[in-house]
Design a protein around this ligand. Sequence first.
Ligand SMILES: Cc1cc2nc3c(=O)[nH]c(=O)nc-3n(C[C@H](O)[C@H](O)[C@H](O)COP(=O)(O)O)c2cc1C
Length: 369
Amino acid sequence: MTVTANPRDSADRAWNQADVPPATAVAPLHIGSVVVDPPVLQAPMAGYTNYAFRQVVREFGGAGLLATEMIAARSAMWLETHKGEHPDRLWGVREEARPLAVQMWDNDPENLAQVGRRLAKDFCVSVVDLNFGCPVRQVTVKAQSGSWLLRDPSRVGEIVKRVVEACDGVPVTAKIRLGCADTCRTAVEVAQRIEEAGAACLTVHGRVAAQFFSGRADWEAIAEVKRSVSRMPIVGNGDIDSAETAVSRLREYGVDGIMIARESLARPWIFAQVAALLRGQPKPPDPSLDEQRELVLHHYDLVCQRFGVDRGTQLMRKFACSYAQGIPGAREFRGHVSRVLTRAEFLLVMRTSFPSESRTATAGPEQAK
Ligand SMILES: Cc1cc2nc3c(=O)[nH]c(=O)nc-3n(C[C@H](O)[C@H](O)[C@H](O)COP(=O)(O)O)c2cc1C
């Protein structure tokens, strides 16, 4: 029986056979006392990088530092004073493996300092990260936070300084875009203020906020930020869509580390592939489609353990859609899975519609197990 290969595998094989020089080992990234080895970071993504997703990434390995979704400092403070439960966004944070970064946003240095101190002292997180890159209206126009603050480099510096003081030795990092808009590219000045304020590392997403996700990430601009600071390591981020791209960005743009976001939602094993290439080893192949289906089911179990079956099923629909990205048959699968309401429906759709090697090879979906 001929088994149709996952097209992503054939791309991998083509690369492995191509005349590409082996990657050499790269230096780990030092974020204060935290050693990030390899210097490959899993990006924070609101609504996605919860404990279940991080657990999946951790099981594959290869990410030197994992990050939570961003939390709103104001909501975290409200929950403290009202003795509420910790928000879902801190799910797992106390117990899970380190190193782990927790990201927060606000525009008030005191709020951020207070929550930062809590994260550092009570939650014992490895890194406290500050968001100055979010382009979403609710965070920018409504709360004058996230990327909104890029128009005011001094304010960013003031915030970082206060949080660094409050975290008392636990490294504080920041994540920015290149500016608010093309007419307001402030990344170099902001980076310098962040460095002076004592941050241990800065991640730069190579787009301005007004772009959201359109256009291409400007890695030359990321390299310019790197050249403009003296001590603080810089992590580059934007449009890394394969392990090979990750390695070449790291080599070509002089950054100290790279961060991967969207591609890891479809391929959480990408970190392990980057790590192998950086060690000079062959890239491990993508899991087979059957293995990928098992992975989605494993992820589903993790989500249901926390949120229960009803909410877990609803939440898992978007993750399942992400996993299927780029696989033949994904469109049909997404059409089905995005409508499931119950566990039984989810399992049925996974069994009958998730792209499968055996089904692709032998015809009708009825032959899938
Ligand atoms: C669904 C989604 C949610 C995101 N949430 C956050 C967030 O909470 N904090 C943050 O700093 N960046 C967030 N980002 C931006 C990513 O961390 C990253 O900077 C951006 O996607 C570019 O990287 P990529 O090209 O590898 O996806 C988010 C991106 C996506 C797609």
